[in-house]
Design a protein around this ligand. Structure first.
Ligand SMILES: *Cc1c(COP(=O)(O)O)cnc(C)c1O
Length: 409
């Protein structure tokens, strides 16, 4: 009597776990396979003892990487022009990892005054508690950074352009200054806006490069407004190892389903970035001709702060810009304008298909004085038709003017 091939030799509950079937190995498709695992099996004890988790020579534990996360890390390293990339659960986690991996009590970190707000808050509330000081330099004035660099400076953050007010700094000048300081601080760039496409952080020209590029993958690489993730990219293997060790000690891992979503979005990143750039510029130009708007902050627009630095470094721009409304409009009127928008939705973040608007008060974001007296509204272009978005802005501007107060016309 032959054994029924469908009748397992062990109890069913065991067999459903230790099933003998292995699929053929040569499955190739458009999407890379998605591997999930906390536990990863070793063939024997010697392999368990021998395997290194710090490089990508094998697998040890899900927290330290899977074929899926390694694949995304390698593609992002290529995007940023770096050699090593680490994934973390959000863009802010990427910033926090750089800060905490590199700084200790007594050190100082220098931040541009227009730095991404939560990065400022991390320095003020977390780093300060650990005896790490921070100071803000004026990103439009390299001399301001020069005057703050000291023996305690271990890390200099750059952002191009700055959050909300969009001033584009002289990146080369800032990097040159930081690199000439003794001891030489690590230079880290928040490259979320550039996304690896507008300029190359590890090849800024004139032999200049940043040491670390941090990217909120939540924005353009995701492109869907549905995933939070961040990356930290370096060219220096020792620096990478320091960051990788700290990431693992801090227990920072990413979920395979989120990595899968990123891997699916990444091929269309250059197309989406270009489309959102084109729409952003169209909207920004339209806004510049409007009498209700006193200033349009978009680094690709002539006259915008740091435009010349953008022009000398960049081949593209993100679809982000900020307008300053005439100071005669009250905050209530500006809020009514934002509330009246229909296609633009009110919400944080950017880079997804839906256009977004958020009102800001410039001075409340800054330590140094800012030249913007009117209320600001930051727009992010989505993937809708530019003509429809312009019509939306136009109807909402009627509401801005129509709501009594000093701005009534
Ligand atoms: C959104 C953003 C971040 C943070 O990304 P999250 O994934 O939302 O934490 C960091 N830097 C910049 C410039 C950003 O716009």
């Amino acid at each position: 009597m032959t054994q029924d091939p469908r009748k397992p030799p062990r109890a069913l509950d065991t067999e459903l776990i230790h099933h003998p079937y292995l699929p053929p190995q040569d499955f190739e498709s458009v999407a890379p396979g998605v591997f999930k695992g906390s536990t990863i099996f070793f063939p024997d004890v010697a392999a368990l003892r021998a395997r290194r988790w710090i490089d990508k020579s094998g697998y040890t534990y899900g927290l330290h990487g899977t074929p899926t996360s390694f694949t995304l890390e390698e593609r992002l390293a290529t995007l940023e022009g770096g050699r090593h990339t680490l994934l973390v659960p959000s863009g802010l986690a990427a910033i926090a990892l750089v800060d905490t991996a590199l700084l200790k009590a007594g050190d100082e970190v220098l931040l541009p005054d227009n730095v991404y707000g939560p990065s400022r808050e991390f320095a003020r509330h977390e780093l300060a508690r650990w005896g790490i000081t921070h100071r803000f330099y004026d990103p439009s004035d390299a001399g301001s950074l020069g005057s703050l660099l000291s023996a305690a400076t271990r890390l200099v953050w750059l952002e191009a352009p700055g959050s909300v007010t969009m001033e584009f700094p002289d990146l080369r000048g800032l990097v040159r200054l930081a690199r000439a300081a003794a001891p030489r601080p690590v230079v880290a760039l928040d490259n979320t806006w550039g996304a690896g496409l507008a300029f190359k952080p590890f090849d800024l020209g004139e032999g200049l490069a940043v040491d670390i590029s941090v990217h909120a993958l939540t924005k353009y690489p995701s492109g869907g407004g549905d995933v939070l993730m961040g990356s930290v990219t370096t060219t220096d293997s020792k620096l990478h190892e320091q960051l990788a060790l700290s990431r693992s000690r801090q227990g920072q891992g990413v979920a395979a389903n989120d990595v899968e979503t990123l891997l699916r979005s990444l091929p269309s990143l250059p197309l989406r970035y270009a489309a959102q750039d084109a729409t952003g510029r169209q909207l920004a130009h339209w806004c510049r001709a409007r009498p209700e708007i006193t200033r349009v902050l978009h680094p690709a627009l002539e006259g915008s702060p740091g435009h010349e630095h953008w022009a000398s470094l960049c081949s593209a721009a993100a679809g982000l810009f900020t307008v300053e409304l005439d100071a005669r409009y009250t905050q209530a009127q500006v809020d009514a304008f934002v509330n009246a928008l229909r296609l633009f939705r009110i919400g944080w973040s950017w880079g997804g298909p839906v256009s977004l608007a958020v009102p800001y008060r410039a001075q409340s974001l800054r330590s140094l004085p800012v030249p913007y007296g009117g209320a600001l509204v930051r727009f992010s272009a989505g993937l809708e038709s530019a003509q429809d978005l312009i019509a939306d802005l136009e109807q909402a501007l009627q509401v801005l003017k129509g709501r009594g107060g000093r701005g009534a016309e």
